[in-house]
Design a protein around this ligand. Sequence first.
Ligand SMILES: O=c1ccn([C@H]2C[C@H](O)[C@@H](CO)O2)c(=O)[nH]1
Ligand SMILES: [Zn+2]
Length: 130
Amino acid sequence: MNIQEALKARERAYVPYSRFKVGAAILLKDGTIIHGCNIENGSYPLGNCAERSALFSLISQGYDPKDIVEITVIGEGPKPISPCGGCRQVMHELIPHTAKVFLANLNGDIKETTVTELLPYGFDLEEARK
Ligand SMILES: O=c1ccn([C@H]2C[C@H](O)[C@@H](CO)O2)c(=O)[nH]1
Ligand SMILES: [Zn+2]
């Protein structure tokens, strides 16, 4: 897992409304790390979570999401951060189901999971069209 990299991303969070900073770090097969932070907006629904920022950045930079080995997400709280439903769906589509997902808080609590565990029965357009 990449706690230090996720913490680095967390420091970049733009959260003037919630003041709740979240960071994500994605590790690729070749060792590349892609960072993501939550970015809020005065038009509240337009804010973006850290996980989605990282995934959208990865694709925007020309990397292949199939090369994702693991993702680490960190936020404050008494338990490891729990990704929102929207991010679970996006992670389900883009992150290989064999990849490791590490959820963490600032106290050193870490939960290891997978995208299918986070979103059982997630929507898959290709599957739906079969
Ligand atoms: O896994 C999570 C959970 C919450 N948030 C963000 C959304 C919002 O900006 C703030 C909570 O209000 O944290 C994330 O980025 N990732
Ligand atoms: Zn989210």
